[in-house]
Design a protein around this ligand. Structure first.
Ligand SMILES: [Fe+2]
Ligand SMILES: [Fe+2]
Length: 285
């Protein structure tokens, strides 16, 4: 059986208690004796101020695989962020017995001129992130060895909301056809979601810190961070029969979605209740 912890979007730069949140996650990983952890990106700005965070994560005794998030490359080139996170490549694959873990890098933006890695310093208008052809070819090759695959990405591979899920969802989903893709997990949306598309489960892990609301006129002129009391994250167990995702319940620290007019707790295609949903997905049904 494979057991791992997944968290994302801690955004240490936005939190006053970010280090406590991280400690709570590391403690839980130890208690659960997970095989490894995955950070789904947007961990912290890759600056000197947070270098000790990376040391702390490295010293926890459990392997941590990092995913590139847009805030990790908001102002910095990918080479800088890779070095900060201790990653060799922006997208990579690891084997764990019969399973293969594939970590994608979805932080590319698409404009009329082409597809580029973040940062988008000139603010060229681009509606969606995208996975470029070169990475798609790499992914296709990775999926050709008959293993059981678990895919991680910062942006969703299915969320249709603008600027949320990738533009070329169908191209990625097509590569999964006929392959044993057990689960895809993403962050970025700061809420929870689970969709089944062509028998592949796509699970969105909520943020380990907050739901970021924006509104006003023009849209985006008003921004509020609605903090979740606990660092939301999940424990995933995979065996030959099923995939168990164990989430957690929390509460809002102060402001709630009702306070900003999100009465139905739906935001950009995800559920922003203060919880990471639990579920059991049966394999081979
Ligand atoms: Fe984020
Ligand atoms: Fe993000």
């Amino acid at each position: 059986m494979l057991r791992f912890l997944v968290f994302g979007d801690l955004h240490l730069e936005d939190c006053t208690d970010g280090e406590e949140r991280l400690e709570c996650i590391l403690r839980h990983a130890k208690e659960e004796q997970v095989d490894f952890m995955v950070s789904l990106g947007d961990l912290c700005f890759p600056t000197e101020k947070y270098a000790h965070i990376m040391d702390r994560i490295r010293s926890c005794g459990i392997p941590v695989h990092h995913t590139i998030g847009n805030h990790d490359v908001q102002e910095w080139d990918i080479t800088h962020s890779l070095c900060f996170l201790g990653k060799e490549r922006p997208y990579e694959a690891f084997e764990a017995g019969e399973y293969k873990l594939i970590i994608l890098d979805t932080c590319y933006w698409k404009s009329e001129q082409g597809e580029y890695h973040f940062p988008n310093k000139n603010r060229v208008p681009s509606l969606y992130p995208v996975v470029p052809q070169e990475q798609l070819s790499w992914l296709e090759e990775q999926l050709s060895d008959g293993k059981k695959y678990i895919i991680f990405s910062h942006m969703s591979l299915v969320n249709p909301f603008a600027r949320r899920g990738i533009a070329n969802k169908e191209a990625v989903q097509q590569l999964f056809e006929g392959k044993d893709v057990l689960l895809c997990m993403n962050g970025h949306d700061h809420g929870s979601d689970l969709k089944m598309v062509n028998n592949v489960p796509y699970y969105t892990v909520s943020s380990a810190s907050q739901f970021c609301w924006w509104g006003g006129n023009p849209p985006g002129s008003e921004v509020k961070n609605l903090f979740y009391k606990d660092p939301l994250h999940v424990i995933v167990e995979v065996d030959e029969r099923e995939i168990r995702i164990r989430g957690m319940e929390s509460a809002f620290v102060d402001l709630t979605p009702e306070d900003v007019g999100v009465d139905d707790y739906r935001w950009n295609g995800v559920d922003v209740h203060p919880c990471a949903q639990s579920c059991i997905i049966k394999r081979y049904e």
